[in-house]
Design a protein around this ligand. Structure first.
Ligand SMILES: Cc1cc2nc3c(=O)[nH]c(=O)nc-3n(C[C@H](O)[C@H](O)[C@H](O)COP(=O)(O)OP(=O)(O)OC[C@H]3O[C@@H](n4cnc5c(N)ncnc54)[C@H](O)[C@@H]3O)c2cc1C
Length: 499
C-alpha cells in the first residue's frame, strides 16, 4: 500500500468505533471526527436519535465485537447490563410458542451503554484521536478529483471555526444522515441510484422498571408479526439496571404503532404473544412510548462507479441501512469493518490497484444475505415495495419455505428438539449461510406435512415433484451467497454440525 500514515473516520457511532479500532492496526494515526460532544457517562445523544430504542447484537456481531474488543461483555455486565444466560427467551408466532436459553453468553444493555463501553476502549487506543463537537462539511481531493486527500471541518461552538485534516484514507460512517453523496456530487462525481426498499416502518418503545417480585419470574419475549393479519411485532427485552423495554413494530405504512400510553397498552394485548401485556402490567412505566418512523431502507451501490475515488470508503448505515426490527445494523457494520480488514491484509501481501472499489465489491457480497433476508421478511407487509433495476430473487418461494420450516421447527421445538429452530436462528443471526437452511435435505423433510396449506403453497412455488430435482430448483430460485461467508466461520459451522 502506498502510504498508511493517517486515516480519518467520520462519525463516532457504533460503525465508527469498530472501524477506528480495526484501522488502528493498519494506520499509524486514526482520527475519529464526531459532530456531537460525547457524553462522559452512558447517555443518548442528538446525533444518534435511534439510541432511545432497544438495540440487540446478533451472534455474528457479538463474535466480531469480541474479536476487536475482547471481554466487552464483561464491561457491560460490570455496568449493570443483564446477563443473557440468566434468562429464558420466549418466541411466539402464528405456529406456537418456543422457550429457549440464549445460545451465546452475552449481555443485554441499552445502545447508549454499549456505545459508551466500546468508546472507552477506543479512547484508550494510543494511536486513535477523537475530534468531537466537529462536523465534517466536505471532502478534500486531488486536482483531478480522483483521490480523496482529507476532510473539511467546522467546529460546532460559537465561533464555528473551519479547518481541514489531511488523510490517506477517509471512511464515512456518518449513518443515515451521511452527506457523502452530496460531497461526491460537488466534486463532479455522479453516484448511481441506490437500491430502495420502500418500507414505511414504525417503531414505538416504552421503558419500565422491573420491581423485585417481577424480576424473579422474568422472561424476555419476542412476538413475531403476522403481516397478512396486520398483527405487529412486539418485543419485551431487558437492558441494564433492572429496566425493561417493550417495542412495537409494523411496516407498510397502513398502521404505525401508537405513541399514546393507552393505545400502546391496547396494542400489546393484540400481539401473538399475550404474555407481553401480562408481564408489563406488573412493571412500573418509566419513559415513552416514543416512536420512530422511516420511509425507506437504502442500499448504496457505489461499487458500480468506475471512477470511485481512491482514499474513500463508506460503511455502516451510510452504506446500507436496514429495517431495524431484525437487529442487523450493528452486526452488518461489524461485518463490513472486518471485510475492510481482510482486504487491507491482502493488500499488504499483494498490493493491487483500485483497492477501494474492490473493497466496496467485497462489502456488497458480505452484506448480501442480511439485505436479502430482511427484504423478503419486509415484503410480506402490504405496501412494502423493492425498487431497483434487478428484482430481489426468490421472494415468494423463500417466504413459503420459511413458513413451512417455522411451522415444523415450532412443532419439533415444543417436543424438545430445538436444533431445527437453531438453524433458522443462526441464519438470521448471519452466522450460517442461507444454503444451510435452503437445501434439498431440509426441503424434503419439511414437505412431509400431510397436505397442509403451507405445504401446498410451497409445492406450488417449487414447481417440481421429483426430490432429485429439488437442489437444482433451489439453486435456480435462491441466490448462492457463497462469497459472503469466509474461512473464519468454518469452525462455527463445524461445531454446529457436530451438535
Ligand atoms: C429504531 C432503531 C432500532 C435499531 N435497533 C437495532 C438493533 O436492535 N440492533 C442493531 O444491530 N441495529 C439496530 N439499529 C441500527 C443501528 O442503530 C445502526 O445500524 C448502527 O448503529 C450503525 O450505525 P452507524 O454507526 O453507521 O450510524 P449512527 O449510529 O447513526 O452514527 C453516526 C454518527 O455519525 C455522526 N455524524 C453524522 N454526520 C456527521 C458529520 N457530518 N460530521 C461528524 N459526525 C457526523 C453522528 O453524530 C453519529 O454519531 C436500529 C436502528 C433504529 C433506527
Amino acid at each position: 500500500m502506498s502510504n498508511m500514515n493517517k486515516a480519518v473516520v467520520i462519525g463516532a457511532g457504533i460503525a465508527g468505533l469498530i472501524t477506528a479500532r480495526m484501522l488502528s492496526e493498519y494506520y499509524k494515526e486514526v482520527y475519529i471526527v464526531e459532530r456531537d460532544e460525547l457524553p462522559t457517562a452512558p447517555a443518548n445523544r442528538q446525533g444518534t436519535p435511534q439510541s432511545f430504542h432497544p438495540h440487540r447484537v446478533l451472534p455474528r456481531g457479538h463474535m466480531i465485537l469480541e474479536r476487536y474488543f475482547p471481554g466487552y461483555t464483561n464491561d457491560l455486565l460490570d455496568h449493570g447490563a443483564h446477563p443473557s444466560d440468566a434468562e429464558e427467551m420466549v418466541l411466539v408466532n402464528q405456529f406456537g410458542t418456543l422457550v429457549n436459553r440464549p445460545l451465546i453468553n452475552s449481555a443485554s444493555s441499552s445502545r447508549a451503554l454499549l456505545e459508551w463501553v466500546l468508546r472507552r476502549r477506543v479512547q484508550n487506543i494510543h494511536n486513535v484521536h477523537f475530534l468531537t463537537n466537529t462536523e465534517v462539511i466536505g471532502l478534500m481531493s486531488s486536482e483531478d478529483r480522483q483521490t480523496i486527500t482529507g476532510i473539511y471541518t467546522k467546529k460546532r461552538n460559537e465561533n464555528k471555526q473551519e479547518g481541514m485534516l489531511t488523510a490517506d484514507m477517509v471512511i464515512d460512517t456518518a449513518g443515515r444522515s451521511s452527506k457523502v453523496i452530496k460531497w461526491l456530487n460537488s466534486l463532479g462525481h455522479t453516484v448511481p441510484d441506490p437500491e430502495v426498499l420502500k418500507v414505511s416502518l414504525g417503531y414505538s418503545t416504552q421503558y419500565y422498571k422491573i420491581p423485585p417480585q417481577a424480576d424473579k419470574e422474568w422472561r424476555s419475549v419476542i412476538s413475531e408479526a403476522q403481516p397478512a393479519k396486520g398483527i405487529s411485532t412486539g418485543m419485551l427485552l431487558r437492558i441494564e439496571d433492572n429496566i425493561a423495554g417493550t417495542l412495537l413494530f409494523s411496516a407498510g405504512g397502513e398502521h404505525y404503532p401508537p405513541t399514546k400510553p393507552d393505545e400502546f397498552q391496547e396494542e400489546l394485548k393484540n400481539l401473538n404473544a399475550s404474555e407481553i401485556a401480562k408481564i408489563v402490567s406488573n412493571l412500573e412505566p418509566l419513559q415513552g412510548p416514543r416512536g420512530y418512523r422511516t420511509p425507506e431502507s437504502i442500499r448504496q451501490h457505489f461499487e458500480k462507479m468506475e471512477n470511485w475515488p481512491s482514499g474513500l470508503l463508506v460503511l455502516g448505515d451510510a452504506f446500507c441501512n436496514f429495517d431495524p426490527i431484525y437487529g442487523q445494523g450493528m452486526t452488518v457494520a461489524a461485518i463490513e469493518a472486518e471485510t475492510i480488514a481482510n482486504c487491507l491484509e491482502e493488500q499488504r501481501r499483494n498490493s493491487q490497484p483500485y483497492f477501494e472499489r474492490h473493497v466496496l465489491h467485497r462489502m456488497q457480497e458480505a452484506i448480501d444475505p442480511a439485505w436479502w433476508l430482511s427484504s423478503i421478511a419486509d415484503l410480506r407487509w402490504k405496501g412494502v415495495e423493492h425498487i431497483d433495476a434487478t428484482p430481489i430473487k426468490g421472494v415468494s418461494f423463500a417466504q413459503k419455505y420459511i413458513d413451512l420450516f417455522t411451522k415444523k421447527a415450532m412443532e419439533l421445538g415444543t417436543n424438545g428438539n430445538s436444533k431445527f429452530y437453531l438453524t433458522q436462528f443462526l441464519m438470521n443471526s448471519l452466522v450460517l449461510p442461507p444454503s444451510k437452511f435452503f437445501n434439498a435435505e431440509i426441503l424434503t423433510m419439511i414437505l412431509n406435512d400431510n397436505g397442509s396449506p403451507e405445504e401446498k403453497q410451497l409445492r406450488a412455488e417449487l414447481g417440481v415433484q421429483d426430490p432429485k430435482l429439488f437442489q437444482q430448483r433451489i439453486d435456480e430460485l435462491i441466490p448462492s451467497f457463497d462469497a459472503a461467508f469466509d474461512e473464519r466461520l468454518k469452525d462455527v459451522l463445524m461445531s454446529f454440525e457436530q451438535q
